[in-house]
Design a protein around this ligand. Structure first.
Ligand code: NDP
Length: 343
């Protein structure tokens, strides 16, 4: 019996490729159950990963006494209901981004977990990248002077394996904004320790995604520290490469190849002394997230991205969607709901 048994809600690609191993990398943690809407998918996933129990309902998984924490990685429209049920069952919750399809639902999820006294975290994995942690540290130390601008390069080509609902089911919360821009907003919040206040944006669709679902977006956020941040996110661009640039009045930081699921990429500092490589020690982004979640469960720390972070980053992404729709700037901040407002 592991110290911490995890129940996986969702027999998903991210669970298969990253999260089973991330949980098992944590001493005393194991995945003991998986639930899928389809029994055969749950059973196949369990067999593939040596998971003891497979369920065809979330409620059956939540009734499993060996499950202390759940990881929710179903399609986006299911996160809210499943997290509310997990909180009601007293399970700690690590939920995929975007937390929900609306800020209101996301706030209900956070409030329900707080009221139930369970830890809630959002799987914004990029906060666990050694590169992003170094960028945050250098910005805070004043390495570039006063931060003024950022540019996030996150135009990628969506693998056929994960195209599905992302490009053809608007009701599942597909599209590049909820899939990618939400991460970019979270990275900006993390690196600058500042909040987006408004967004301007334009979108593209119909290249890969069904007409009406954006498969690319260009946005500009204004942050509450005065920084202007440009974001380019797309499903349709195979050769752009990813990265982030942060420009201040005394220097610039360049993160090359860093907007990814993998522990790769490098950081450069360019200033009056020239260009210097900044050393980073890479570590698995998802294992790092589970490690921090585990500390929070022991009452010894905070998750890398809390539920509240998930709400704020979702609000920023939805502001981009709103700005695309209206052509006007949209407010990107959010007032967090007080406790005991989960109804
Ligand atoms: P998948 O499409 O692989 O899985 C999502 C759900 O689709 C599964 O839970 C499953 O439902 C269903 N499903 C899986 N395989 C099939 C199939 N063959 N036929 C029909 N339905 C199927 O999604 P991803 O793993 O790409 O994404 C899942 C979640 O994780 C999303 O919220 C996404 O935003 C997030 N994500 C986060 C990442 C990160 O780095 N933080 C990276 C990638 C995704 P059921 O469980 O009912 O079987």
């Amino acid at each position: 019996m592991p110290d911490v048994g995890w129940g996986f809600i969702g027999a998903s690609t991210i669970a298969r490729e990253h999260m089973v191993a991330a949980v098992r990398a944590q001493p005393g943690h194991d995945v003991v159950a998986v639930a899928s809407a389809r029994r055969e998918r749950a059973e196949a996933f369990a067999a593939e990963h040596g998971i003891a129990r497979a369920y065809d309902s979330v409620h059956a998984l939540l009734a499993d006494q060996a499950v202390k924490a759940v990881y929710v990685s179903t399609t986006n429209e299911r996160h809210c209901e499943q997290v509310l049920a997990a909180a009601a069952a007293g399970k700690h919750v690590l939920c995929e981004k975007p937390l929900a399809l609306s800020v209101d639902d996301a706030q209900r999820m956070v409030a329900a977990c707080r009221d139930a006294g369970v830890v809630m975290a959002t799987n914004h994995h990029l906060r666990n990248a050694a590169t992003h942690r170094k960028l945050r540290e250098l910005v805070a130390q004043g390495a570039i002077g006063r931060p003024l601008y950022a540019r996030v390069f996150h135009a990628v080509h969506l693998r056929p394996l994960v195209q599905g609902w992302r490009i053809d089911r608007p009701q599942a919360g597909g599209g590049a904004i909820l899939d990618i821009v939400v991460h970019d907003a979270d990275v900006l919040r993390f690196v600058f320790q500042a909040e987006p206040v408004r967004a301007l944006a334009m979108c593209q669709s119909g290249v890969m995604a069904r007409e009406g679902i954006e498969d690319g977006a260009m946005a500009v956020f204004e942050l509450d520290n005065g920084v202007l941040a440009q974001v380019h996110a797309a499903f349709t661009v195979p050769h752009a490469g990813t990265g982030i640039e942060i420009h201040g009045d005394r220097g610039s930081l360049i993160g090359r190849g860093v907007m990814t699921a993998h522990p790769v990429g490098d950081v450069l500092l360019r200033d009056a002394q020239g260009e210097h490589a900044v050393p980073v020690v890479h570590e698995n982004l998802y294992a790092g997230g589970v490690a921090r979640f585990s500390e929070a469960m022991r009452g010894a720390g905070r998750p890398a991205a809390t539920g509240e972070d998930g709400v704020r980053s979702l609000a920023a992404a939805l502001a981009v969607a709103e700005a695309c729709r209206t052509g006007a700037s949209a407010p990107a901040g959010v007032h967090m709901r007080p406790l005991s407002d989960a109804a």
